[in-house]
Design a protein around this ligand. Sequence first.
Ligand code: ADP
Ligand code: ADP
Length: 237
Amino acid sequence: MITFQGVGKTYPNGVRGLHDIDLTVERGEFVAVIGLSGAGKSTLLRTINRLADVTEGEVLVEGEAVSRATGRRLRRLRSRIGMVFQGFNLVGVSSVQRNVIVGRLAHRPSWLGTLGLFGREDYALVRDALDRVGLAEKIHTRADQLSGGQQQRVAIARALVQQPAILLADEPVASLDPVSTDRVMSDLRRVSEQLGLTVLTSLHSVPLARRWATRIIGMRGGEVVFDGSPQEATDER
Ligand code: ADP
Ligand code: ADP
């Protein structure tokens, strides 16, 4: 599903974000990427949908070289990859439905821009996605009326209506309380299992990674220093 071949990333200011990464992630894996701040977790995730360009090696998604995807091919690649961030990025004054349906824009030709024009299937996908994160009854609620954990689940629904093969979650629970954290992680894990979705999520907490992930990748200084099952991971970073 995703292959890193000798991937390095040096930022224009000379900072090395990634060094010599070789990894293969199979379909349906739920990978937690752990490590201290600055370890390269976010950079690793962002090379997959080309929010960050690699400077050495290659990332392959479903066999396609990410660095060679431009224009329409890049749009098609990104439509296969949903993304969730620490900050949710919802429009607070808009309804949950409006926020989620925006995910369908990934499948629009770019000339259509952000024009409304959504059809029945789009709204059906929104309802299905909200069902999966247990927020169907909030469909007409304003996003800013929801708790942080609920907002993150709306952001997950927005990613799901893209019908992605891969979901990247960059510190999705970093700003949430423990109860919301467990709910968001269990929703992610469940949709991964239900939909065969490949998930890569960066996390600060090793116990959280051990509880929810099927595989843990530990990073330090832009390198992979651990790659194994949750049982093999110890609670130290
Ligand atoms: P993490 O997600 O583990 O906190 P990052 O991938 O964000 O780590 O960062 C890895 C390294 O790359 C850090 O040293 C960070 O300062 C640096 N870095 C990240 N983004 C940029 C950028 N846009 N420009 C320059 N350096 C960056
Ligand atoms: P708002 O943006 O005012 O909070 P909604 O998100 O509920 O309202 O709906 C936004 C727009 O989508 C409205 O114009 C509404 O008529 C339309 N709409 C809502 N549900 C459907 C649906 N199931 N099928 C087609 N259009 C819909």
